[in-house]
Design a protein around this ligand. Structure first.
Ligand SMILES: [Zn+2]
Length: 245
């Protein structure tokens, strides 16, 4: 079972797929009947958590797709830290795509297309590179297998990627729909779209998804305090006093 949710575990999972002759390719090149592996990461909470994953992939000589939200309370793709993360990830050869919160307009194809176009343009502005692929954040049932492009771009839930190929995800921090190595597609030597969320794969083992998120909250809390101190004198003085005591 590939249930070691750490950097080492992720490296071992990729190595196990490479041992089974899987080749990581992009959405453009993947063929359903080939031993092709699409590595997809949805960045729901943190861009920083993606950096070590991107490095591991680079060390193993594979490329992945990283999907970024532009409408989220979790991060701001225009912040200096976010831009540094995105530059690092793309500098390692990975593709940056849009993670579109489709719940905001799931029942209206025109609104969905317009939102995709608008958000791709925003992300392109942040990354200064074309955004060619989209994945949905928490898609409604109706969008699984949605067979049209969005804003002229391909997306991860097209039947080709979601039905003709194997699909497995670490949603909620576990392999709740089965271990990727046991997936029928891998057993039969067919293509697999492997969705992982870097937040679930920390450097060292942390017991369960809630503790991982609690650590994320604590890091964000510290960051927010530092930013407040950097931008607001009374807060800076109070924090300095706090630290002195
Ligand atoms: Zn998501």
């Amino acid at each position: 079972m590939a249930d070691d949710f750490t950097h080492a575990g992720y490296r071992a999972l990729l190595a196990a797929l490479q041992d089974r002759d899987y080749e990581a390719v992009g959405y453009d090149e993947a063929l359903p009947e080939a031993r092709h592996l699409i590595l997809r990461h949805d960045l729901d909470m943190s861009l920083q958590a993606a950096e070590p994953i991107a490095e591991i992939e680079h060390e193993l000589g594979v490329r992945a797709h990283y999907f970024v939200l532009v409408r989220t309370e979790m991060y701001n793709p225009f912040s200096a830290r976010a831009r540094a993360s995105l530059e690092k990830i793309s500098g390692l050869g990975h593709a940056i795509g849009l993670h579109l919160d489709a719940s905001l307009c799931a029942n209206d194809p025109t609104a969905l297309d317009e939102a995709a176009e608008r958000e791709c343009r925003v992300l392109e502005d942040a990354t200064r590179a074309p955004v060619r692929f989209i994945s949905f954040h928490r898609p409604a049932e109706a969008l699984l297998g949605y067979d049209k492009p969005l804003a002229g771009r391909r997306h991860a839930y097209e039947p080709r990627f979601f039905e003709a190929m194997g699909y497995v995800s670490d949603s909620r921090g576990g392999w709740h729909h089965g271990d990727p190595l046991d997936h029928d597609a891998v057993q039969e030597g067919r293509a697999l779209q492997l969705l992982t969320h870097p937040i679930w794969w920390p450097g060292e083992a942390i017991d369960g998804p809630v503790m991982k998120l609690d650590r994320f909250v604590s890091e964000r809390h510290d960051l927010l305090r530092r930013e407040l101190a950097a931008n607001c004198e009374p807060y800076r003085a109070a924090l300095a006093q706090d630290i002195d005591q």
